[in-house]
Design a protein around this ligand. Structure first.
Ligand SMILES: Cc1ncc(COP(=O)(O)O)c(C=O)c1O
Length: 413
């Protein structure tokens, strides 16, 4: 008997519900190799990757310098003894201290975004001796229990209640709402500088500076979740730089691994890390900061700086955004708004279903875009910062064709 196809085996052994969604969306091709902004399936068909694996591939798939650094490291040592000194970890932490804003100084290395936020929550509570956490509606901070507790969509929280106590959520971008709930019993205020999974929501310009002042006034720590926005995605190395704000703790992951390794980090001020002085093993991770991951992350940061990935994201975003907005203006019954900063771009449909229809149309054209976990109306384009001009032009053409196709389905009537 023939072996069932891979999608059927995915349904049998991985996740039946998600497998059904893949089938419904017409997904089922098997990825095989990748380079830059291109991914090829097992039949050699090329896809334009505007998903970047949910924002991981800012450097492009298999950036040669990062691959070379990983290969070199693999000829010597991958994991750390954690007893002898780990040079890549120290060099990475030193680099992070140098390039992150303000007084961000110490790094704790982990393996994912959720773990970085988990650590940030614990550090804030330990450093302040306070419990209260304030986050925002629509926020996404990860799906481990702590990170989930401060995320902003009840759908993902409901089955796991009770979650962390003393969490308050207020509307994102609303400084007055924050001022109502943050006081001198608050451990931390946490925000994504731009909400990603919430639907690419850019706050008013006074928001982050206002949060900084509020935290200074009350002694709460400001946690910036830069897991999605960090490492050049929005046109600055870190998105808080758009507003000249330095947080007390910054969570990083996704592109920190250069598209090669899962790496996360929480970078904090001496105050935020102060409790480590008396209890150095109070928070630990066996894999965190291993030689291979740390070497890759350090190289990924160096590449981001040397190749000005932030500048590339800014100028390529400035090319895409008005062109996509022009398409939206032609089809106001399909697209409500196109917005973004750098290469974090959201397309908001007039109805929730339009995003899925657009994604499917784009997939038929071998263009990969992603949905947003906390906002059903919005699909996202997160192209690699190394995307080429011809690929940017193709992006505009294909999005235009996909919107026209959705309009022709008559679902706008
Ligand atoms: C802002 C933000 N924080 C945290 C996370 C969680 O990261 P991970 O999936 O690596 O746990 C994500 C993932 O999308 C994110 O966008």
């Amino acid at each position: 008997m023939d072996e069932p196809d891979l999608l059927t085996r995915y349904e049998q052994f991985v996740n039946p519900g998600l497998g059904r969604t893949f089938r419904f969306m017409g997904l089922g091709a098997v990825e095989h190799h990748a380079s830059g902004a291109s991914v090829y399936d097992e039949d050699g068909v090329e896809y334009l990757d505007l998903s970047s694996g949910y924002g991981v591939i800012t450097h492009g798939h298999l950036h040669p310098r990062i691959v070379a650094r990983a290969q070199e490291q693999l000829t010597r040592m991958a994991m750390s003894t954690r007893l002898l000194l780990n040079r890549p970890l120290i060099e990475l932490s030193e680099l992070l201290a140098r390039i992150t804003p303000g007084d961000l100084h110490y790094s704790f290395l982990v393996n994912s975004g959720a773990e970085a936020m988990e650590a940030a929550i614990k550090f804030a509570r330990a450093a302040t001796g306070r419990q209260k956490l304030v986050s925002t509606i629509g926020a996404f901070h990860g799906k481990t229990l702590g990170a989930l507790s401060v995320s902003g969509r009840e759908l993902y929280q409901e089955p796991f209640q009770p979650l962390l106590p003393a969490v308050t959520r207020v509307p994102f971008g609303d400084l007055a709402a924050m001022e109502q709930v943050v006081d001198d019993t608050t451990a931390a205020v946490m925000v994504e500088p731009i909400q990603g999974e919430g639907g690419v929501i850019i706050p008013p310009d006074d928001y982050l500076p206002g949060l900084r002042k509020l935290c200074d006034r009350t002694g709460a720590l400001l946690i910036a979740d830069e897991v999605q926005t960090g490492i050049a995605r929005t046109g600055r190395l870190f998105a808080v730089e758009h507003w000249g704000v330095a947080p007390d703790l910054m969570a990083l992951a996704k592109a920190l691994g250069g598209g090669i390794m899962p790496v996360g980090a929480v970078v904090g001020t001496p105050r935020a890390f102060s409790f480590f002085d008396s209890a150095p093993l109070i928070h630990t991770s066996t894999f965190g900061g291993n030689e291979l991951a740390a070497a890759v992350a350090a190289e990924a940061l160096s590449v981001a700086i040397d190749e000005d990935l932030a500048g590339q994201a800014a100028s390529k975003g400035a090319y895409l955004l008005p062109r996509l907005q022009a398409i939206a203006a032609e089809y106001p019954s399909i697209i409500r708004e196109v917005r973004g900063k750098g290469l974090l771009i959201g397309i908001e449909g007039v109805e929730a279903g339009y995003g899925g229809a657009l994604m499917a149309e784009l997939f038929d054209r071998h263009v990969l875009v992603i949905h947003t976990l906390n906002n059903e109306r919005v699909i996202r384009l997160l192209p690699p910062a190394v995307i080429r001009q011809d690929q940017l032009e193709r992006t505009v053409d294909e999005v235009g064709a996909a919107v026209r196709a959705v309009a022709a389905m008559g679902i706008d009537e």
